[in-house]
Design a protein around this ligand. Structure first.
Ligand SMILES: Nc1ncnc2c1ncn2[C@@H]1O[C@H](COP(=O)(O)OP(=O)(O)O)[C@@H](O)[C@H]1O
Ligand SMILES: [Mg+2]
Length: 499
C-alpha cells in the first residue's frame, strides 16, 4: 500500500544504468585486467606475478616508487599491490600520489611487519586493504577481487553523481532577465551556505522543483539523499507517519518500525512541496522539529537528532495565509528567514523568447520536426500573454504548436485560443486603437499621479526591468521613463523617512 504513495525520490534509473554501462564498456575493451606489483624484492615480484597470472590478471612490475608512478601513468590499472618500504621512498607517499591523480584507484598495501601506525596511515590515505608478509595467497586473491569490485562501484557512483549534478545544475535553468538573475544568485548563495531551512515561493509552473534540486545538488549535501513529499497529495495522518516514521505498535497497522522521510534524508535535503496545504497540527510539529533540530517517531518516546536541510515550497503567499489564519505565522517566520521568490513568467521580459527557443530545440529532436523559428505575430502574442501556468504552460503551448504546425515556423494559427486572442489586442501598439474608455474614473475620483506610478511599475515588471521595453509599453521615450522612475524613487525615500 505504501508503495503507491506519490512520494518522489530523485535518483533516475536510466542515468544510473547508463553510468554502469560506461564502466562495463571500458572493462570490456581491456579484457585482461592489469595489476601493478610494486616491491623491491625480485622474488616477491616474481611469485606474485605468477599467482596473478594464474588468477587471470596481467601483472606489471615496478621495483621503485618512481617506477611505480611511471607505470601508473602509463597503464590502465585495475589494482596496485604496493610494498610500504621501497628503496627510493615510502609506499605511503606513492599511495598519496596515486590517490591524488585518481581518487578511485584500488591500492592494496603489503608490508613485512604490520605496524599499527603505518596501517592506520595507509587506510586513512585511502588504501583499500592491508596484507602482511608472508603473503597468504588465498587472502590476497580475495582482497584483490573485492578491491576491484569496490573500485568499480566507486567509479560507477562517481559517474552517476557527476551526471546527476549536471542534470540538476543551475545551468539547466533558462533565464537571463534581471528578475531571474537576482533569484538565481540568491539560490546559489543559499546552496553554498549552511542554512537549515528555506522557503521557496512562486506560482505553479515557475520552476520551483527545478530550483530546489539545483540547490540540493549544488550544496555540500549533494552526496546525501534528496527526498521530496507533496503535502497536498496525502491526508494529514499519513503525512505525519511518512515524515516522522513510526514505532512498532504505534497504531493498529504498525507491524514493524518504519523510518520516516526525515530519517531517510539524513545529511541531505527534505523538500516539502505545497507546504501551504499542511494541516495546522502538523505545522506545529514541523516547527518544533525545525526549532529543536530533533524529531520523534509516531508512538516513540525518544527525541532523535537530525541533520537535514528543509526546503519548503508554496504557490500561495504564506504571509497572507498566516494573516488569514490558514497558516501558522510562527512557522512562516521560521521558514522565511531565507525566502526565495521565483518570478512569474510574465515578469521575465525576453526570457519568454529564450524559453520558447529552448523548448523548440528539445521538441525538434523528439518530434522530428524541422521547426526552428517563431513568427512575429506569435512572438507578440507570447510577449503580451499573462502566462497563468508559467513555464509549464509555455512548454505545453510550444509542444502543441510543433505537433500541429505543417510549415517550418510557429505561427499564431495553432496557439490556444486565449493566447491568440490576447495577441490580437496586445499586438496593437498604438494607444488610439485601444478603447481607452475601458479605464473608468471611479465615482470618488483618483490620484492621476498614483495611477501613473503604478503603470510605470507594472511596465518595468513586465519588461523584466528592461527600460527600453518598458518605455515602449507606455509609448513614451526612455528619458520620460527615467524621469518617472526617479519620481518613484523619491516617493519611496520620502515614505521611509522618519517624521
Ligand atoms: N527557467 C526554466 N528553464 C527551463 N525549464 C524550466 C524553467 N522553469 C521551469 N521549467 C520547466 O517547467 C516545468 C515546470 O517546472 P516546475 O519546477 O515543475 O514548476 P513548479 O514546481 O513551480 O510548479 C518543468 O518541466 C521544468 O523543467
Ligand atoms: Mg512543483
Amino acid at each position: 500500500m505504501f508503495a503507491e504513495f506519490p512520494i518522489i525520490r530523485s535518483p533516475l534509473k536510466s542515468s544510473a544504468e547508463r553510468a554502469t554501462w560506461e564502466v562495463r564498456k571500458n572493462e570490456l575493451k581491456d579484457q585482461k585486467q592489469k595489476i601493478l606489483v610494486v616491491d623491491d624484492e625480485k622474488m616477491i615480484r616474481w611469485s606474485l606475478g605468477e599467482a596473478l597470472r594464474g588468477w587471470g590478471y596481467e601483472p606489471i612490475q615496478a621495483e621503485t616508487a618512481a617506477a611505480a608512478l611511471a607505470a601508473f601513468d602509463a597503464e590502465q590499472l585495475a589494482a596496485i599491490l604496493l610494498d610500504i618500504n621501497l628503496p627510493d621512498g615510502s609506499g605511503l607517499e606513492v599511495l598519496r600520489q596515486v590517490r591524488h591523480r585518481q581518487p578511485d584507484a584500488v591500492v592494496i598495501m603489503i608490508t613485512a611487519n604490520v605496524l599499527v601506525d603505518e596501517t592506520i596511515a595507509a587506510l586513512r590515505g585511502g588504501a583499500y586493504d592491508f596484507i602482511g608478509k608472508p603473503i597468504n595467497l588465498e587472502e590476497l586473491q580475495v582482497a584483490i577481487r573485492n578491491g576491484i569490485e569496490a573500485g568499480r562501484l566507486r567509479k560507477e557512483v562517481n559517474l552517476f553523481r557527476r551526471e546527476r549534478a549536471q542534470q540538476f545544475s543551475f545551468d539547466q535553468i533558462v533565464g537571463e532577465s534581471p528578475a531571474m538573475r537576482e533569484m538565481l544568485a540568491l539560490a546559489h548563495k543559499v546552496a553554498e551556505s549552511e542554512v537549515s531551512s528555506v522557503l521557496l515561493q512562486g506560482e505553479s509552473g515557475t520552476g520551483k522543483d527545478l530550483v530546489v534540486k539545483a540547490i540540493h545538488y549544488h550544496s555540500s549535501r549533494a552526496e546525501h539523499p534528496f527526498v521530496a513529499i507533496n503535502c497536498a497529495a496525502l491526508p494529514g495522518t499519513l503525512i505525519e507517519s511518512e515524515l516522522f516514521g513510526y514505532e512498532k505498535g504505534a497504531f493498529t497497522d504498525a507491524k514493524t518500525r518504519k523510518e520516516g522521510l526525515f530519517e531517510q534524508a539524513e545529511g541531505g535535503t527534505l523538500f516539502l512541496d505545497e507546504i501551504g496545504e499542511l494541516e495546522l497540527s502538523l505545522q506545529a510539529k514541523l516547527l518544533r522539529v525545525l526549532e529543536e533540530g530533533c524529531f520523534r517517531r509516531v508512538g516513540g518516546l525518544k527525541d532523535l537528532p537530525l541533520d537535514v536541510r528543509v526546503i519548503a515550497a508554496s504557490n500561495r503567499d504564506l504571509k497572507a495565509e498566516g494573516e488569514a489564519g490558514r497558516f501558522r505565522s510562527d512557522l512562516f517566520y521560521r521558514l522565511a528567514v531565507i525566502q526565495i521568490d521565483i518570478p512569474p513568467l510574465r515578469e521575465r521580459g525576453d526570457d519568454v523568447g529564450l524559453l520558447a527557443q529552448h523548448y523548440m530545440s528539445s521538441f525538434r529532436k523528439r518530434l522530428r520536426k524541422n521547426i526552428a523559428c517563431i513568427a512575429p505575430e506569435a512572438l507578440a502574442a507570447f510577449a503580451s500573454y499573462e502566462w497563468p501556468g508559467n513555464v509549464r504552460e509555455l512548454r505545453n503551448v510550444i509542444e502543441r504548436a510543433m505537433i500541429l504546425e505543417d510549415g517550418d515556423e510557429i505561427t499564431a494559427k495553432y496557439l490556444p485560443r486565449g493566447l491568440a486572442v490576447e495577441s490580437r489586442t496586445g499586438s496593437e501598439t498604438h494607444a488610439e486603437s485601444r478603447t481607452l474608455d475601458q479605464f473608468r474614473l471611479p465615482g470618488d475620483g483618483l490620484s492621476l499621479e498614483e495611477v501613473e506610478m503604478s503603470l510605470v511599475r507594472q511596465a518595468l515588471k513586465r519588461s523584466g526591468g528592461n527600460q527600453t521595453k518598458a518605455a515602449e509599453l507606455l509609448d513614451i521615450s526612455r528619458d520620460q521613463l527615467r524621469y518617472r522612475m526617479k519620481k518613484l524613487e523619491e516617493v519611496a525615500v520620502a515614505a521611509n523617512e522618519p517624521e
